[in-house]
Design a protein around this ligand. Structure first.
Ligand code: C5P
Length: 254
């Protein structure tokens, strides 16, 4: 049977359209004083633009929703206009909230219908390679309701009790088996309805979206993350990010 005569499956998961929500409303206090973290420059280009380009680099991503600092939506909109971005991708900007969770929810609320897969990606991870983005989308298309990119840990992790008084040493209470631990990155990928339900029903502090889906009792799966998808948090991370960009420029030159 030729490709032309083969009937195409109705609404096959492989045809599902993907939208990316990029929370970029954090102040980035740990990076030191200055502009909101996502608007700071890396090799002359705002971190947010790197992150937007990283997600839009995936041919599966047809819409990127940027969640701007609450008072910075106009500034972010003009930034997106000022930098070259793929024409096949649509972009939306919405103002964010007080917490990351609130910001992601505001991004989800702004999603038009027609996108069945949603990625949530920290603007603070500007250098994620497109292969990682595509691997996450692929795993959602294969049927997982929630997918995280994850890496094994180099350090041993200890669980501690809070110090009894400021400045006192913290008592160690447990050492989880390192081989079973993973450091989790973004983009995290979701079946849209599952993520919307998680944001509508799960309350309390969470540090990632997949954690909310776990609280619904659903299975979250991990795919291999990438060392270049690290989160720019502290001043040293800026140095590392500049070095990665310099290496990419060098490699592109050959
Ligand atoms: O603070 P943290 O590094 O965990 O932030 C992760 C991402 O969440 C960052 O991209 C940050 O801009 C975003 N964020 C947000 N709204 C907040 C706080 C953080 O969009 N209120």
């Amino acid at each position: 049977m030729s490709d032309e005569s083969r009937p195409s499956p109705p609404a096959a998961p492989a045809a599902a359209r993907t939208a990316a929500v990029i929370p970029a409303a954090g102040r980035g206090v740990r990076l030191g004083p200055g502009a909101p973290k996502a608007l700071r420059a890396l090799s002359g280009t705002p971190m947010l633009i790197h992150a937007v380009r990283a997600l839009a680099a995936s041919r599966a991503v047809s819409l990127v929703v940027v969640v701007a600092p609450p008072d910075g939506a106009a500034e972010v909109r003009s930034l997106l206009d000022a930098y070259a971005l793929p024409e096949r991708t649509d972009f939306l900007v919405v103002p964010g909230g007080q917490t990351r969770q609130e910001s992601v929810k505001l991004g989800l609320d702004a999603l038009p219908s027609g996108h069945d897969i949603v990625l949530v990606h920290d603007a603070a991870r500007p250098l994620v390679p497109v292969d990682t983005v595509d691997a996450v989308i692929e795993a959602v298309r294969d049927g997982a309701p929630a997918v995280v990119p994850a890496l094994p840990l180099a350090d041993t992790v200890k669980q501690v009790e809070p110090a009894r008084a400021p400045g006192e040493p913290e008592p160690v209470v447990a050492t989880p088996e390192r081989a079973l631990l993973r450091a989790v990155q973004t983009p995290q990928g979701f079946d849209r309805a599952t993520l919307v339900r998680a944001h509508e029903t799960v309350t309390g502090e969470v540090t990632d979206d997949a954690g909310m889906v776990e609280q619904l009792g659903l299975t979250v799966v991990a795919v291999p993350g990438h060392e270049e998808a690290f989160k720019v948090t502290r001043p040293l991370d800026l140095v590392l990010a500049e070095a990665v960009l310099a290496r990419r420029r060098l490699n592109d030159g050959f």
